[in-house]
Write a protein that binds this ligand. Structure first.
Ligand code: COI
Length: 361
């Protein structure tokens, strides 16, 4: 693989970040970019100032959606070190998404190197409050100008960085979720496990309708029978039953969340009974009526831990913990964010330390 070229901005503008970052509204000064063609493979890697892209109107991705993305986070620890949370796992998922929609895979070591270099250059953009981070968004898309439906021959991989706070406007306050049986997000053997724009496009109408009814998001049910709970679209879901904390098993239509995986490990570390299995919405309703559901929460890179205060299914409202975060929600949020900020031991080696590098300007 070629060496990364550094074309850094001459006028370095130290960021002035607002107090309320929200999610995905601000972008750092530089991006990473590289191209692919069948002759060179991935080539021309460069870190350069962020500019608008110039694309041919026939760019294949714009018409047929052959694209993938990831979302991961960098932090400054309390000792001032720069760390990225589980980047290898995100890169592995990016390559799994790539395989599913005929995008050429990327050398994981090189991509990690590129992410590290970009984050190091933009380290002043990492916010330091608990719950805030520098969100890293790598994405790949078919870039040929061509209108036939086939896998593209040329691709672009870009990484942008965005200082972020809470994903939902509620912050850590519990969200209201509507279990959806009118539309489906993904079907088994389809694209559901793949981080591709199509899944997010599929979720928009239901999410809009849910917003109008006062809900934050939609809980998707399986695409065949609309019987089993799957995910929320921006996060995976966990149900805290009396003697078991259960999350839907990865059937192929659910995104294999990295925070989901981390939470499963943390719950096991704490000696709690965590299971991955099919969970029907009827089971959740029945167990709620029997007083056996202690709470529901979502997990995601963007969402971190998001308590669910209210879940509605066919008009039946399930209220958890009086609409307040439960003890488990708070404990999990503190554990994950404390690992990320270096406040407690990184016992599973989840932090990738971004070392100081010599960067040619
Ligand atoms: C993430 O959690 O990183 C996501 O990609 C969810 C959403 C912002 C698309």
């Amino acid at each position: 693989m070629e060496k990364i070229k550094f074309e850094l901005s001459r006028e370095h503008n130290p960021p002035v970040l607002p107090r309320e970052l929200g999610f995905g509204k601000f972008f750092s000064e530089h991006i990473f970019e590289m191209d692919y063609n069948s002759e060179n493979g991935w080539y021309n890697p460069v870190i350069r100032p962020l500019t608008k892209l110039s694309l041919h109107p026939a760019t294949m991705f714009l018409h047929y959606g052959q694209g993938i993305f990831e979302g991961l986070k960098a932090f400054k620890t309390i000792n001032g070190e720069i760390v990225i949370f589980r980047p290898e796992k995100h890169i592995e998922r990016l390559n799994n998404s790539a395989k599913r929609i005929c995008i050429p895979e990327v050398d994981p070591h090189f991509l990690l190197h590129a992410i590290n270099e970009l984050v190091y250059i933009e380290k002043d953009w990492i916010p330091t409050n608990q719950g805030e981070s520098l969100y890293i968004r790598p994405f790949v898309f078919g870039s040929d100008a061509f209108l036939g439906v086939k896998p593209a021959s040329n691709y672009k991989l870009i990484i942008i960085l965005s200082p972020v706070g809470a994903y939902y406007s509620e912050g850590f306050k519990p969200v209201k979720i509507l279990a959806q049986d009118e539309y489906v997000r993904a079907v088994n053997k389809g694209l559901g496990a793949c981080k591709t724009p199509a899944n997010y496009a599929a979720s928009l109408l239901a999410a809009e309708e849910a917003h109008k009814k006062g809900f934050t998001q939609v809980l998707w049910l399986d695409g065949i029978e609309q019987k089993y709970i799957e995910e929320v679209g921006t996060m995976n879901i966990f149900v805290n039953f009396k003697d078991e904390i259960a999350t839907p098993k990865l059937t192929g239509s659910i995104l294999p969340g990295v925070t989901r995986d981390s939470v499963i490990q943390i719950l096991k570390d704490w000696g709690l009974n965590v299971t991955e299995r099919l969970i029907s919405i009827d089971e959740v309703v029945t167990e709620y009526k029997n007083g056996n559901v202690r709470g529901v929460f979502g997990t995601g890179t963007a969402a971190i831990i998001s308590p669910v205060g209210l879940l509605n299914y066919k008009g039946f409202e399930m209220l958890f913990n009086n609409g307040e975060p439960s003890e488990l929600d708070i404990r999990l949020f503190n554990e994950i964010t404390s690992i990320q900020l270096g406040k407690i031991e990184d016992r599973h080696g989840w932090l990738n330390h971004v070392a100081e590098k010599e960067v040619e300007a």
